[in-house]
Write a protein of this length. Sequence first.
Length: 430
Amino acid sequence: MAFYGKGDSSWFTHDRFGMFIHWGLYSMPARHEWIRHYEEISNEDYQKYFEQFDPDLFDAREWAAAAKNAGMKYVVFTTKHHEGFCMFDSQYTDYKSTNTKCGRDLLREVVDAFRAEGLRIGLYHSLIDWHHPDFTIDSIHPLRNHPDREALNQGRDMSRYRTYLHNQAREILTNYGDIDIIWFDFSYPKAEYNPKGHDEWGSEELVKMIRSIRPSILINNRLDLPGSADITTPEQNTPEEPVRDENGNPVVWEGCQTFSGSWGYHRDELTWKSEKQCIDMLINHVARSGNLLMNVGPTSRGYLDHRAMERLQGFARWMKYCSRSIYGCGMAPEEFPEPRDSRYTYNPETRRLYLHLMNWPFKYINAKNLAGKVAYAQFLHDGSEVKIRENDPNAPHTHMSVNSSAGGISLMLPVVKPEITVPVIEIILK
Ligand code: GLC
């Protein structure tokens, strides 16, 4: 497999938690960012959104503050989604935010606001472009069922689109300061009609150009170019084991997830995850040495709606006390199997094991292979001691004994679950 350089993932695997932002013209129809695909909307019929787009309530500082309070350490923002509309002042197109009523370089405001809050910057950039005149109609294009599809494809020249794609990649990586992640989306080399993969994107040349501009940048794995990815990006699912490459080696991975059933703002989509589901998701990713990139879809007025804000505030309440079990943590050593209904995370620097009680047990929880190894244990939410009973294999079993296995311990708990979404016990090893 060819080698295309490697980005610096040390900060990434420490910080663990980021905000994904899907924002574009699709926030106006407000029924999914794939609206042009689902409803087979032509450029002409989609133009009304360009003409009316005016996010008058947009203040990137509000978004950045919400992300920081939630404990997020980086942001990935859609510079351009499949619709082709550019959220930045590109010199290569007129189809951009600075040419709408708002007249603003929205990417500039996002980058400045999030950087001011100390978050690192990632840029999502769609390889797909349903608006560009040279992007050939294919199996997922809005005009895929058009009766004149073949005629419409005449004259479309993907080499011209490739040049456009590379030029815009260069300008977003050059004009907006030091970018930490470039997040492309997505390749479909096995599609039935006009498939698109590394050849169509010019992925090899694109990666070499990116590395020449920002050698330490992190590149995701959607360019259809094996060996070029720093980050593997499962989405809308939570891996039960650490993600591995085709040779079985663990890779740096980041799961991206939505609060609801849509990445872009969707007014009527009601499958919003509970606060507990969201926090469980973060824990489940870090417990398998992954990152979580949690998505928000702002409204076309430019603000995060109450449903998104409520969940971000839920993260904020939990991370205020429990972020020590997330930052700098990953999967626990195999010698410590997870107790019932629990997840471990582990910080190898501090040698602290974090026991996340996903379901509140009655009075105690047993943990294997920790006898003689624990210096102290405490709840993170209030710093109160958690008393430990080491298992004495010779002690008589009575109707009152707790059945910890040999070499195990029992952590003694209050009967009533503490007032925090997922209680966490910090186990300080000797
Ligand atoms: C899926 C969605 C796309 C979104 C992406 C984020 O591919 O179709 O709209 O941007 O997930 O990973």
